[in-house]
Write a protein that binds this ligand. Structure first.
Ligand SMILES: Nc1nc2c(c(=O)[nH]1)N[C@H]1C(S)=C(S)[C@@H](COP(=O)(O)OP(=O)(O)OC[C@H]3O[C@@H](n4cnc5c(=O)[nH]c(N)nc54)[C@H](O)[C@@H]3O)O[C@H]1N2
Ligand SMILES: Nc1nc2c(c(=O)[nH]1)N[C@H]1C(S)=C(S)[C@@H](COP(=O)(O)OP(=O)(O)OC[C@H]3O[C@@H](n4cnc5c(=O)[nH]c(N)nc54)[C@H](O)[C@@H]3O)O[C@H]1N2
Ligand code: SF4
Ligand SMILES: [Mo]
Length: 709
């Protein structure tokens, strides 16, 4: 249990990433009209971060200030400007705008877009609102842009998707970790400790990243493949595992299916071919195989690098195949895991804001799942719509098939691929309503903006990257003009004719979520707020069980006895290398990849409003190698144009030999002239519908002025 400080400090968790670091909040009176706020203090006994926080978490209270946040609803007036309005008028306008589109064009003309930062209670209610009140199939969320490829690969191989099937604390106890496309040192700084401890315990770390990142600098071995070739790399490693006789035949025979086909596919990827495709020399491949196979136990962890590709699902599948062939899955201190990204990236994908899904990680196409959830919701199963479009496809349909949109917890004007096109689609809507804590670039385009409460001002659960369900407790009274997302959905449901079933008390919503998830893959029915607080979080699945039985302890480690498939065996999937959707050519000769810096979060809507973070990361840039810089005439700090088939951006050059010479890198946290997503390619993975954020073809050119000077 988190210590309950007698002087009113309240234990909660960070509003940002999936590590969900614990922190203590101490309420403080406001100064200078900024309203009351909180100071962040260490919460040392929570095992995941043991008191450590990154700069984003430490400075999160700055966004609570009324200087930077929204404090009253805004409605677009006759003059085209957003003007302050009462909550009643704003909710009436939203209900009216959504209802009109539905009436004139049918229920699927109304779209809903959610976010992996929303609590479980909000994500659950948003999904229910779409299906029960709006009766639309058109709901999806930004998690589609995040870990959806790993989720799809998990489902395919193991029959269940929980990002990490083991707690982070298992990492230092394994023999070798291959970290594929994760810059943990910048994206989850307190988690770097697990890799340091791994090395202290004699384990080894291999990092695979086209850039020598702060994380790669910690590695015993760093492989820097060409972006978009992780699939070939994993297949080449599996080829060597077979050729060197390092497979675990007993494990393969007892716990898997599909090996002959997967083996045959891997054998077509001989080392010299893989060297040619990836740029990783054969001796490095052999070294990797040796380091991975020699210890008793080993893990592969992936993040967005290999996943945000138009073949992300197959790529993760290839890494899982490597784990299965070597017996590194379903055993203690071994296995494959995905490092989920957003604060509730895990829970956000379990409770129904995804296009094809019902609460408890149930499938919308499964008649039994529909019957169960419809029963909890008190509606006819036949009234539930079917699966809708994925996130990019939904955004791409705005203004055509979809006429009105309710958006909660995302800023796609900055974060969606091919963002100029998506911005244009958003502008062409008949009606847009955005609930946000700040006036994001997307909220600025809305017809109605609803100002909502934030993490420290409300109670709710999140599910961390470990599958650990956590409780954030309200520490602060929100400013008067602000309401919670649950109140928004309650108010809208009532106006749209559904009086019951949209409670505003988080614990009541959680109670219903528990019932809706009962018996599903992500079963939360045995989890209560009290248990979460008493046990430092509860790992799902945690079924309720009969009343007289001992409570289920939760499930920190999955798959030790059996995998979650029908026959209990993990499934190899036969996959083969294919090119990225766009490869360099004479016109666009350079590869662009994108990602993050430590001091900004996502679209930057929140962190760009924090002075300390802006000082550390003031704006966009493009990272390029000295050889490429010399070739294109780039000068450190001077503006460069980066041009793709989607558009053109202008950003200062940052010249570094830590990146491949054929690749440039841009962080995606900023709007405007330096918006990375102006360039990115929305080519979608056929299974997960993940866009290819991590690979596209660009050319880099100095601006005429800089070239002249
Ligand atoms: N500071 C900060 N932290 C965050 C976030 C944030 O915005 N800012 N966001 C959170 C969220 S939602 C997420 S999803 C996580 C993301 O966490 P990460 O996945 O760690 O973040 P990224 O920077 O997107 O990508 C990681 C690395 O992939 C590399 N990469 C690029 N292309 C390829 C490729 O083709 N193959 C391989 N193997 N690697 C490649 C990049 O060089 C980069 O170093 O971070 C979370 N934490
Ligand atoms: N080029 C490129 N693009 C990327 C990526 C990449 O690596 N490269 N990564 C992708 C990934 S992994 C992700 S996760 C996405 C994220 O990109 P976005 O979906 O844009 O995520 P955020 O910037 O976190 O936006 C969240 C918004 O919701 C608001 N908000 C926060 N909490 C709440 C709440 O409780 N309720 C409501 N109503 N609003 C809230 C915030 O103020 C903010 O405006 O970006 C994707 N885009
Ligand atoms: S690592 Fe993530 S959860 Fe921890 S303080 Fe930083 S942003 Fe918050
Ligand atoms: Mo993400």
């Amino acid at each position: 249990m988190h210590p309950r400080d007698p002087a009113s400090a309240i234990a909660t968790h960070c509003p940002y990433c999936a590590l969900q670091c614990a922190m203590m909040l101490r309420p403080e009176p406001g100064t200078g009209g900024a309203g009351p706020t909180v100071t962040v203090e260490e919460c040392g006994d929570f095992p995941v971060n043991r008191g450590a926080l990154c700069g984003k978490g430490r400075t999160a209270p700055a966004v609570l200030s009324s200087r930077v946040r929204l404090t009253e609803p805004l409605v677009r007036g006759p003059g085209g400007q957003l003007e302050p309005a009462t909550w009643e008028a704003a909710l009436d306008a939203v209900a009216g705008g959504l209802a009109r589109a539905g009436r004139e064009h049918g229920p699927d003309a109304v779209g809903v877009f959610g976010g992996g930062g929303l609590t479980n209670e909000k994500a659950y209610t948003l999904g229910k609102f779409a299906r029960v009140v709006l009766r639309t199939s058109q709901i999806d969320y930004n998690g589609r842009f995040c870990m959806s490829s790993a989720a799809a690969a998990h489902q395919r191989a193991f029959g269940l998707d929980r990002g990490l099937p083991f707690p982070l604390a298992d990492i230092p106890r394994t023999g070798c970790v291959i970290l594929v496309g994760s810059n943990l040192a910048e994206t989850m700084p307190p988690a770097l400790r697990y890799l340091t401890e791994l090395k202290e315990n004699g384990g080894t770390l291999i990092v695979i990243d086209p850039r020598r990142t702060r994380t790669a600098e910690q590695a015993d071995l760093h492989l820097a493949p060409r972006p978009g070739t992780d699939l070939a790399l994993a297949l080449g490693l599996l080829h060597l595992v077979v050729a060197e006789g390092r497979t675990d035949e007993e494990f393969i025979a007892e716990r898997t299916t599909g090996w002959p086909e997967a083996r045959a596919a891997a054998m077509a990827h001989w080392p010299e071919l893989v060297e040619r495709l990836t740029g990783v020399p054969v001796p490095r491949l052999r070294e990797t195989v040796r380091m991975f196979c020699e210890p008793e136990t080993a893990m592969v962890l992936t993040a967005r690098g290999p996943e945000q590709q138009s073949k992300g699902t197959d790529t993760v599948g290839a890494w899982i195949n490597l784990c299965l062939a070597t017996g590194r899955a379903g055993r203690p201190y071994s296995g494959y895991g995905c490092l989920t990204g957003q604060g509730n990236g895990q829970g956000g994908r379990e409770h129904g804001q995804k296009a094809d899904q019902l609460p408890g990680y149930r499938k919308l196409t499964d008649p039994a799942a529909r019957a169960h959830v419809a029963g909890v919701w008190g509606v006819d199963p036949d009234s539930l719509p079917g699966p809708g479009r994925s996130a990019y496809e939904l955004l791409d349909a705005l203004g055509t098939d979809i006429r009105a949109l309710l958006l909660m917890g995302s800023n796609p004007v900055v974060s969606a691929p091919r963002a100029a096109h998506i911005e244009e689609r958003i502008r062409s809507l008949d009606f847009l309503a955005v609930a946000d804590v700040v006036l994001s670039e997307t909220a600025a385009l809305a017809d109605v903006v609803l100002p909502v409460t934030q993490w420290a001002e409300e109670t709710g659960t999140t599910t961390s990257l470990e599958g650990r369900v956590l409780l954030r407790r309200q520490a602060l009274t929100p400013p008067p003009g602000v309401r919670g997302d649950l109140d928004v959905l309650h108010g809208l449901a009532g106006r749209l004719g559904v009086e019951k079933g949209f409670p505003t008390a988080p614990e009541e919503v959680f109670g219903e979520l528990r019932r809706a998830s009962a018996g599903g893959p992500a079963d939360y029915s045995g989890i209560t707020y009290a248990r979460i607080e008493a046990e430092q979080g509860v790992f799902w699945p945690c079924p309720a069980g009969p009343e007289e039985a001992e409570p289920h302890p939760g499930t920190p480690r999955l798959f030790l006895e059996r995998f979650a498939t029908d026959d209990g065996r993990a499934r190899f999937v036969a996959v083969s290398h294919r090119e990225a959707a766009e490869v360099p050519d004479a016109e666009y000769p350079v590869l662009l990849t994108t990602g993050r810096v430590v001091a900004q979060y996502q679209s930057g809507a929140q962190t760009r409003r924090v002075d300390e973070l802006n000082a550390a990361a003031p704006g966009p840039f493009v990272e390029l190698h000295p050889r490429l810089a010399a070739r294109v005439g780039a000068v450190e700090g001077q503006p460069l144009a980066v041009v793709s088939r989607r558009g053109r951006v202008v950003v200062p050059a940052r010249i570094t030999d830590s990146i491949r010479a054929d690749t440039v890198f841009m962080p995606f946290h900023w709007p405007g002239e330096g918006r990375a997503n102006t360039l990115t390619n929305p080519a979608l993975d056929p299974v997960s519908r993940m866009p290819e954020f991590k690979v596209c073809a660009v050319r880099v050119e100095p601006l005429p002025a800089a070239a002249a000077g």
